[in-house]
Write a protein of this length. Structure first.
Length: 613
C-alpha cells in the first residue's frame, strides 16, 4: 500500500498522512482527521496557492464534516470533543485549535474561499454567514432554498373549494389533523407532512390523492421513496388504506419507485435523465421517508419536478437522517417561516381551520399504530425525557422488555434465552413457509421479528450477532439444509442496486423452494417478485441488521442491541428509530446508562438551510 500511496501508512489500524505537517499532522495523528481529509486539504492548498495552516485545517475539517452528515462547518462553534476515525470519541481540547475570530478572518481572506456571490465561481470553498462549505454543497443548498422559495411565491393551484369541502366532509367528517393536512397539501404547490410512525401519514396521503383525483381525474401521480424497501412499504400501505369504493378506484394501480429510478439514472454518471431541462411528466409527486433524502438528492429532485406540479414531502424528522450529507426534512420542519394568511383563509373556506400554517408544514402527532408502553417510550425519547423513558422500560408491560446488564461480550450472554427462542422460532416459521413455496407467507414471517444493532462490528455489532444467530439455528436443528447456499428460508439483504431486476440496496427478501428450484422472493406491494439466484449480485444473509438499514421498515417485534453509553453511534435519533420499528413489542438489551446517554445525545448536523428559508 505504501508503494502505491506513499503518503499513507497503516499503523495499529489507523491511517496517517505521513507527509502532513503542522496543524494537519497534529489533528491527523489524534484521529480527528482521516488521511483523505488531509490529502484533499493539501491538494487544494497547492492548486490555490494557499499555505496558511489555519485555512488548510478548516478545509480538511469541512471534508470530515461531510462524512459525518453535515453540509458545512461552523468554525465559531466547532465541537472540540469529536468523533474520531474508528467510532471513538476523543477529547481534543488540548489540540492547537485556532481562535475563532482570526480563523474566520484567515478563511475569508484566502484565495480558496469565496462568499455568497457568483463572482466567487471557481473557488473550492465558500464562507457564508460564518459557515464554511465546499462550493458544490453551497450551490446545492442555494438551489434547494431558491427552488422552494419560487414555488412558495407562485400563485397557488386552482382548486374548486366547494368540491374540496365536500370531499373532506365525506372522508373526514370530524375536523382533525389529517383533514387539515389533506387540505394544506391540496392548496399548496409544496407541502410537508410530518409525523412519527403510526400517526396516519399514509392514510392522509391516500386520502389526499383521492381528493386530488376528485378535483381532476387526469392528474398524473408519482410515488417515490429513497430505498426500494421504503417504496414497496409505501405501496403496500397505500393499498391497505380503507377508503370508500369511488375514492379507492381513483388511486387504484399507483406504483411506487425509488427516487433514483423516478429520476432516471444514467449509467456511468451522477446525473439523471430528468433535470431542470427535462422535467418529470407528473402533476403530483409524493416522496415518503424524506428524512432519508440527502441534500444532493433533494437538489436533483427539486430541479426535476415541474414548477406547476404539487410536491408532497412525507416523513418523520425525529428519525435518523440520510447517511449522506444533509437533513433537509428536519430543516424544513424546524425552519422559521412567515405566516400565510391567504392559505389560512382558504383553509377556513374548505372547513379545515386551525393554527396558522407556516412553510406548508403540518405535523401529525396522534399515534394510531401502537399505543401503551411503546408509544410512551417513543414519546419520551423524542422529547428528551430520559427519566420517563427509563420508567417505561421498567414498567414491566408486555410490549416493552428491558434486558439489563447482560454481558454482551460473552459468547453466550446470560439473560438472553427469550431472545434466542424468539429468533429461532421466527426463523423456523419462515423456513416452513419457504419450503412450501409460499412467498407471501414467508415474507410475512420474515418480518415478524428483526434483530437490530447500532454497530456493524464488535461485541455489539451486526457481524457478531449474525454469527451468533447462525450458530443458534444450527444448534436448534433447522428444517432446511444449510449446507446449500440458497436454502429455503435464508433471509436476504440486497447490498447493491440492481435496476434491471428492480431490487435495491437495503431491500430484504427470502429464498423459497419452487418446482423450478430455489427463488429469491422480494415484497413489491402486490405479488412478490421471484428471481432466480443466478441472476442476483450483491446479496448477503440478514440475521441481524443495523438500525440505519431498518429505517423505512416495520416489524411486529424488534430486539435492539444497545452498545455501551460511550459509543458515539448511540444517539437519540438512533434509539427512537430503533424503538419505532416495532408494532407489537420491542426488546432493548443494554444498560440504563446507555439509554440515558442516547437520549442526551441528539445528532447535530450543520446546515444553512434552516436559517435561510
Amino acid at each position: 500500500m505504501t508503494a502505491v500511496i506513499p503518503e499513507l501508512l497503516a499503523e495499529d489500524g489507523v491511517r496517517f498522512a505521513t507527509r502532513a505537517t503542522g496543524l494537519l499532522a497534529a489533528f491527523n495523528e489524534r484521529g480527528v482527521l482521516a488521511a483523505t481529509d488531509v490529502h484533499v486539504a493539501r491538494r487544494l492548498g497547492r492548486l490555490g496557492g494557499e499555505a496558511d495552516e489555519q485555512v488548510l485545517l478548516a478545509a480538511a475539517l469541512v471534508v470530515r464534516a461531510l462524512r459525518s452528515g453535515s453540509v458545512c462547518l461552523d468554525l465559531a462553534a466547532i465541537d472540540r470533543t469529536v468523533l474520531a476515525e474508528g467510532d471513538e470519541v476523543v477529547d481534543t481540547s488540548d489540540l492547537p485549535w485556532p481562535d475563532p475570530a482570526p480563523w474566520l478572518a484567515a478563511c475569508a481572506a484566502s484565495p480558496l474561499v469565496g462568499g455568497d456571490d457568483e463572482a466567487a465561481t471557481g473557488r473550492p470553498l465558500r464562507l457564508v454567514d460564518g459557515l464554511l462549505y465546499l462550493d458544490r454543497y453551497w450551490r446545492q443548498e442555494q438551489q434547494v432554498r431558491a427552488t422552494l422559495a419560487r414555488r412558495a411565491a407562485a400563485p397557488p393551484p386552482a382548486v374548486d373549494a366547494d368540491r374540496l369541502r365536500a370531499a373532506l366532509d365525506r372522508l373526514f367528517p370530524v375536523l382533525d389533523g389529517q383533514r387539515r393536512a389533506t387540505a394544506v397539501c391540496t392548496l399548496r404547490w409544496t407541502s410537508v407532512l410530518a409525523g412519527g410512525p403510526g400517526t396516519g401519514k399514509t392514510t392522509t396521503v391516500a386520502t389526499l390523492l383521492a381528493v386530488l383525483r376528485d378535483q381532476d381525474p387526469s392528474l398524473r401521480i408519482a410515488l417515490a421513496a429513497p430505498t426500494g424497501k421504503a417504496a414497496a412499504r409505501m405501496q403496500e400501505a397505500l393499498a391497505e388504506v380503507d377508503l370508500p369504493p369511488a375514492d379507492r378506484a381513483r388511486i387504484a394501480g399507483l406504483q411506487a419507485s425509488t427516487i433514483h429510478r423516478l429520476l432516471g439514472p444514467i449509467r456511468g454518471s451522477s446525473r439523471f435523465r430528468h433535470d431542470r431541462h427535462r422535467h418529470l411528466p407528473f402533476d403530483v409527486v409524493v416522496v415518503d421517508e424524506t428524512s432519508m433524502v440527502s441534500l444532493t438528492l433533494m437538489a436533483r429532485l427539486l430541479e426535476a419536478v415541474r414548477p406547476d406540479a404539487r410536491l408532497v414531502l412525507v416523513g418523520d424528522p425525529d428519525q435518523l437522517a440520510s447517511v449522506e450529507a444533509g437533513a433537509v426534512l428536519g430543516d424544513l420542519v424546524a425552519a422559521p417561516a412567515d405566516p400565510e394568511p391567504e392559505l389560512d383563509r382558504a383553509l377556513e373556506q374548505v372547513g379545515a381551520p386551525g393554527s396558522p400554517v407556516r412553510g406548508g408544514v403540518t405535523v401529525l402527532d396522534r399515534t394510531w399504530r401502537f399505543h401503551g408502553t411503546i408509544a410512551r417510550l417513543a414519546a419520551a425519547i423524542r422529547s428528551g425525557d430520559a427519566d420517563d423513558a427509563v420508567a417505561a422500560l421498567r414498567a414491566g408491560e408486555h410490549d416493552v422488555v428491558f434486558v439489563e446488564d447482560a454481558d454482551l461480550t460473552a459468547r453466550d450472554p446470560g439473560g438472553l434465552r427469550e431472545l434466542r427462542d424468539e429468533v429461532v422460532g421466527s426463523a423456523a416459521e419462515t423456513e416452513l413457509a419457504a419450503l412450501d413455496g409460499d412467498a407471501p407467507l414467508a415474507l410475512a414471517r420474515l418480518d415478524e421479528h428483526r434483530l437490530l444493532c447500532a454497530h456493524r462490528r464488535g461485541p455489539w455489532g451486526v457481524s457478531r450477532w449474525a454469527s451468533d444467530v447462525e450458530r443458534w439455528l444450527v444448534e436448534s436443528g433447522p428444517v432446511a439444509d444449510r449446507d446449500e447456499e440458497w436454502y429455503p428460508g435464508r433471509p436476504l439483504l440486497v447490498t447493491a442496486n440492481d435496476h434491471d431486476r428492480g431490487i435495491y440496496n437495503g431491500d430484504t427478501g427470502v429464498v423459497i423452494g419452487t418446482p423450478r428450484g430455489p427463488r429469491a422472493a422480494f415484497a413489491r406491494g402486490g405479488a412478490p417478485v421471484e428471481i432466480a439466484p443466478s441472476l442476483l449480485d450483491g446479496i448477503a444473509t440478514v440475521h441481524a441488521m443495523t438500525v440505519h438499514r431498518a429505517q423505512g421498515s416495520q416489524f411486529a417485534r424488534v430486539s435492539v442491541i444497545l452498545p455501551p453509553a460511550e459509543s458515539p453511534l448511540l444517539t437519540r435519533e438512533l434509539l427512537y428509530t430503533a424503538v419505532t420499528r416495532a408494532r407489537v413489542r420491542v426488546r432493548l438489551v443494554g444498560t440504563e446508562e446507555a439509554v440515558r446517554a442516547a437520549i442526551a445525545r441528539p445528532i447535530g448536523r450543520a446546515s444553512g438551510l434552516r436559517r435561510r428559508f
